[in-house]
Design a protein around this ligand. Structure first.
Ligand SMILES: Nc1ncnc2c1ncn2[C@@H]1O[C@H](COP(=O)(O)OP(=O)(O)OP(=O)(O)O)[C@@H](O)[C@H]1O
Ligand SMILES: [Mg+2]
Length: 270
């Protein structure tokens, strides 16, 4: 059953849903990691997935993006069944994700990392194999990269080698790389993990800005409840591979079963 969103423009209703998960199952050998997950995510919604370590959050991300196959159930993206599509095809269709541990080319500079991502997108959308066009477009690729970096407060560090960036800047660069692919849905796996409190506030502001300035749908996992409560329209709580609850912040906060299994333990978690 769809649950009302905190923001009336964002909802998990059928008509506007961009992601639909039906009875998703995943096992690693004898270990059942996802147990019949059902969820719908509305276009433009910020949807958070929470749960204790090992609950299956990252695995759910992987099954949604096609990095690992599911053992049952269905993933629909934008009304199409993508359950058996490989990851690259889902990425081209508009699923962009970041990782719990940032993935960037460490030996390249900040702007080189973003340029590669923009060029990959342009190539995939069939923009530019003509040599003349490639020369002309290089200027616009650089312009686009600088604009993206400016939006993410990384422009001043554009010529810094990625290997010497702070943890927070690395995560921001990974976000820039992901956004360079112009995704329709942005999947963030623990975007503030391991960050200082000030970096954390910066990332939350950034995610809020992305959400408010575009129609980007955001799906995120996160252990920091203040981050979740400050951003999410709806929350799904997972425990041992199963969906424990789904609903608005208020519904999740007041749910006794969630308190018993998860929120009560959160103070011990971080
Ligand atoms: N490739 C794998 N092979 C075997 N078991 C795995 C594999 N990946 C994950 N698991 C197991 O699946 C379960 C869910 O892991 P997952 O990483 O999805 O949890 P999570 O909710 O993201 O946890 P965390 O909050 O620590 O990031 C865990 O028990 C984990 O050990
Ligand atoms: Mg995880």
């Amino acid at each position: 059953m769809p649950v009302a969103s905190a923001n009336p423009l964002r909802s998990g209703s059928d008509a506007m849903s961009i992601i639909k998960l039906t009875n998703l199952e995943k096992s690693y050998g004898a270990l059942k990691v996802l147990r019949g997950i059902d969820a719908e995510i509305g276009e433009g919604e910020t949807f958070a997935i929470i749960g204790p370590n090992g609950a299956g959050k990252t695995t759910l991300f992987k099954v949604m993006t096609g990095e690992v196959p599911s053992n049952g159930g269905r993933v629909e993206f934008d009304g199409k069944d993508v359950t058996h599509d490989p990851a690259y095809r889902r990425a081209r269709a508009g699923m962009g994700r970041t990782f719990q541990v940032a993935r960037v080319f460490l030996e390249l500079t900040v702007i080189e990392n973003v340029i590669i991502a923009i060029e990959a997108r342009r190539k995939n959308t069939g923009d530019s194999d003509d040599a003349w066009y490639a020369v002309v477009s290089s200027r616009s690729v650089v312009d686009e990269a600088r604009q993206l970096l400016a939006n993410l407060d990384l422009e001043l560090k554009r010529n810094t080698e990625a290997s010497i960036l702070s943890h927070g800047d690395k995560k921001r660069l990974e976000l820039a790389i992901t956004l360079a692919g112009r995704p329709r849905i942005l999947m963030l796996d623990e975007p503030t993990a391991g960050m200082s409190p000030s970096d954390r506030i910066g990332v939350v502001d950034l995610i809020r800005r992305l959400r408010d300035e575009s129609r980007l749908t955001i799906v995120m996992t996160e252990h920091d409840m203040s981050v979740i409560f400050g951003l999410a329209d709806r929350i799904m709580v997972m425990n041992q591979g199963a969906r424990l609850a789904i609903g608005s912040i208020d519904e999740i906060r007041s749910s006794q079963v969630v308190r018993d299994v998860y929120l009560g333990k959160e103070s011990q978690h971080d």
